[in-house]
Design a protein around this ligand. Sequence first.
Ligand SMILES: *Cc1c(COP(=O)(O)O)cnc(C)c1O
Length: 407
Amino acid sequence: MAFSLRSLPRAGPFARVSRVRWMSGTGTQTSLPDIDPAKLQIHKTTSPKPIPPSETLKFGHVFTDHMLAISWTQQEGWAAPEIRPYGPLTLDPSSTVFHYAQCLFEGLKAYRDVHGRVTLFRPDMNMARMNRSAHRIALPNFDGAALLDVLKQLIRLDKHWIPQEKGHSLYIRPVLIGTQQTIGISPPESALLYVICSPVGPYYPNGFKPVALHGTTEHVRASPGGTGAYKIGANYAPGVYPQKEAAQLGYVQNLWLYGSEHYLTEVGTMNLFVVFKHEDGSFELVTPPLDGMILPGVTRDSVLSLARSHASGALRLPHLGRLTVTERAVTMPEVREAAQAGRLVEMFGTGTAAIISTIDRIGYDGQDVVIPVEADGMGPVSRSLWTEIVGRQTGAIPSEWSVVVDE
Ligand SMILES: *Cc1c(COP(=O)(O)O)cnc(C)c1O
């Protein structure tokens, strides 16, 4: 029986996250302590590390002087948050994270904006998503606003690590792991939440470089009813080998195609957008719906929101013209047909690391489908959206998406 994506229940990914703490088997609410910023303890390093020159930064290789750690137990709830010198964790080898991937993560950035302030971009969305991931793998939930509060204190302490150069930022990696010491697989009775920070340069230091994708049908990243919509560690290790295979075939990343219809889902670990041109000359910006297989990206949501503002006339973005914005299933045969008919305008991926990554070629069904790209490596829609998002991240365009951490 052919499986239809359209019949899937909608997950409501941005639904308000309940503060009900997951308890083993009982599902009851407790009054155990939540994360409490008033209890934060700060232990500063006595041996600050040298800050490497910005031009030597490779993505995610260098970490700042401090980290944030908050432990949790089922009996005591969340312990006092602690900022301490960056360093190794000591964990029992039986800790469930090592065996069953009881692990989730987030990724967001702190920017040094054009006014010299330190800002975050829509961090509330990361806190909400982190709680949804935690709920999905039976790790404890927490007060997202409280975590954000202590996270800001970590950033203020290490703010001199944020590179000043254009396009640079501080990548922030919150992690939550199950630390219970047992071989049994069950909801962990202890967990550790920690946050580390890494100064990073621009994803494309020498201008945009479109990527070639391998239309992957022999592996799946996510499936209906699975966990693709959550940023849990278990989703990522299985994607490394297919990426190596794609590289051997001469492509940069996997374009994850699902089902016999070859539905487009995501590209590598980015969300995916396709722009079609209709007969009346208008553009349609399409992204796959949040049907449970798609990670609800903050960048994806930002692109949709800006494009919809343009479509409704609330905002004027250059070069977008008449635009419709749709979250709908799109198949590889539809993309190939549009490319052959000259109705494909562009394709791109979105995510915090690169913001927008354009695509120039897809290896599919024994042939390369060529995707239009302009001389600067972008297309009319991606260029416009990239400018709008970066403007809001750098403070050049005032926006409530930009949250000030430090004046
Ligand atoms: C993190 C991630 C994204 C992008 O999410 P952003 O919030 O925009 O960074 C997209 N797809 C996958 C699979 C991801 O893990």
